[in-house]
Design a protein around this ligand. Structure first.
Ligand code: OGA
Ligand code: FE2
Length: 536
């Protein structure tokens, strides 16, 4: 993962000016707010269209009523009616010109304005990939935060301002997306939820037969044959002629019979194999499980003895003239690796400036695919980022100086300030910021050595989720607007500190802005002298 990480950064820095690919809306809130405005615009022009259509219909109605009366009178006494010369003239006129005019009015297309607005806006619409991405984000959140399907569907999330719920059709859609990913676990959950909502009487165009079709298949794929049969039976009650369901039913019965037969003569070696795969699965889980637990705030607590050694203090940057009179608040977040947090270290105005500078340049963070050698997007890094140089704004330059003053490290060899925005579901799974021994070329092009330390500003609060967690040691750092955390990635010996492995948890509610500075080894020779052993 670190390999990818490094490449993403190096390569992003180099390629950013040339990459204007699709914007991947679902990865950040920044671009999604534009869509809200687009939609507002479209509603306005839709309403204009409705007004125009209504006034057209009004004119047609009036005409119809007038003609209704007229023809009533005329048909009662046609000869008497036509005996009046004006009536005769008017009949000619109506039929020769007025009905034609009415025909034109009926045919008149009032939708021009709306349709052309749609055509223009459509080029900025999200595509299938965005819809799938947003759906997958929901599924990811469900797993990380142990949300049950019903809670998610009813929109009962912590800290939400605008409650929103999923319809049976939405649930069906989510199930289908899980299905196309061969993710039968979530297919089952969401198809079941769709069915439940329909059973509870929700009015919907979602079709129980379709839902049962997917559901029984997902259940079968996960090995629950008898439940798959029960669901197929239910489907057949609704649609006895359903071909696939009838076929499946026969097949399930056949498999059931065969399994019964096989169970009688099952051997020990099969049990053994099953156990081994179970062990393998468990072996794979720990980091993921720890990561998710930390994200939920269920991390192990430090012993009180250890906790007592964490302090907060006023810090003057080691008697830095800029901070002697106005020291900053510093708090120990963790002891090993040492993670400190600076409070009130970036102002709201500075944050706004940084966000505004970054917004037009935000693009989906990419990683280097070792197989194809190309830059690609990855599910484990879902965010948008941009790089800001100290030259382009006094605010950025001031921020860089602040980092230098407070870390005592030279920022001239650091990478530019990276600004990242995570939308709902946005995350960065466990990784190292430093380049490891097996990837010596990671930062070669930069010529400034490895990433000695990381400085991370939190530029927003996050309503729920979005912690920075360190699964190796069990630390969770919660985002708090205006603060920053700092840690060393390398020991003074230059060795990578593997306990700094960390992740950005998926945002559950709200949106997360951070910016970070990766400081490099060059330039720190006298500021942080190296040692021979990592323990010094
Ligand atoms: C990173 C990173 C953590 C966070 O961008 O390398 O680890 O909380 N970010 O955003
Ligand atoms: Fe990181």
């Amino acid at each position: 993962m670190a390999f990818n990480k490094i490449w993403c950064t190096v390569a992003l820095g180099l390629l950013l000016p040339f990459s204007y690919a699709h914007t991947d809306f679902f990865t950040s809130i920044g671009h999604m707010t534009d869509l809200i405005n687009t939609e507002k615009d479209l509603v306005v022009s839709l309403k204009d269209y409705i007004k125009a259509e209504e006034s057209k219909l009004e004119q047609i109605k009036k005409w119809a009523e007038k003609l209704d009366q007229l023809t009533d009178t005329a048909t009662k006494d046609p000869e008497g009616f036509l005996g009046h010369p004006v009536n005769a003239f008017k009949l000619m006129k109506r039929l020769n010109t007025e009905w034609g005019e009415l025909e034109s009015l009926v045919l008149k297309d009032m939708s021009d304005g709306f349709i052309s607005n749609m055509t223009i806006q459509r080029q900025f619409f999200p595509n299938d990939e965005d819809q799938t991405g947003a759906a997958k984000a929901l599924l990811r959140l469900q797993d990380t935060y142990n949300l049950d399907t019903d809670t998610l569907s009813r929109g009962n999330l912590p800290g939400v301002k605008h409650k929103s719920f999923l319809t049976a059709e939405d649930c069906f859609e989510l199930g289908k997306i899980a299905y196309t990913e061969a993710d039968y676990y979530h297919t089952e959950l969401w198809m079941e939820q769709a069915l439940k909502q329909l059973d509870e009487g929700e009015v919907s165009s979602a079709d129980k037969v379709y839902i049962l079709d997917y559901l029984s298949y997902a259940v079968y794929q996960q090995g629950d044959l008898s439940k798959a049969m029960m669901l197929t039976k239910r489907l057949l009650e609704l649609d006895p002629e359903h071909q696939r369901a009838n076929g499946n039913m026969k097949y399930f019965e056949y498999i059931m019979a065969k399994e019964k037969e096989a169970n009688k003569s099952s051997t020990d070696s099969e049990d053994q194999m099953e156990k081994e795969t179970e062990v393998k699965k468990k072996d794979y889980l720990p980091e993921r499980r720890k990561y998710e637990m930390l994200c939920r705030g269920e991390g192990l607590k430090m012993t009180p003895r250890r906790q007592k050694r964490l302090f907060c203090r006023y810090y003057d940057g080691n008697r830095n003239p800029r901070y002697i009179l106005g020291p900053v608040k510093q708090e120990d977040e963790w002891d090993k690796p040492r993670i400190v947090r600076f409070l009130d270290i970036i102002s709201d105005e500075e944050i706004e400036t940084v966000k505004e500078l970054a917004k037009p340049r935000l693009s989906r963070a990419t990683v280097h695919d070792p197989e194809t050698g190309k830059l690609t997007t990855a599910h484990y890094r879902v965010s948008k980022s941009a790089w800001l140089s100290g030259y382009e704004s006094p605010v950025v330059s001031r921020i860089n100086t602040r980092i230098q003053d407070l870390t005592g490290l030279d920022v001239s060899t650091a990478e530019e300030l990276q600004v990242a925005n995570y939308g709902v579901g946005g995350q960065y799974e466990p990784h190292f910021d430093f380049g490891r021994k097996d990837e010596p070329d990671a930062f070669k092009e930069l010529g400034t050595g490895n990433r000695i330390a990381t400085w991370l500003f939190y530029m927003s609060d996050v309503s729920a989720g979005g912690a920075t967690v360190f699964p190796e040691v069990g630390a969770s750092v919660w985002p708090k607007k205006g603060t920053a955390v700092f840690w060393y990635n390398l020991f003074p010996s230059g060795e990578g500190d593997y306990s700094t492995r960390h992740a950005a948890c998926p945002v559950l509610v709200g949106n997360k802005w951070v910016s970070n500075k990766w400081l490099h080894e060059r330039g720190q020779e006298f500021r942080r002298p190296c040692t021979l052993s990592e323990l010094e």
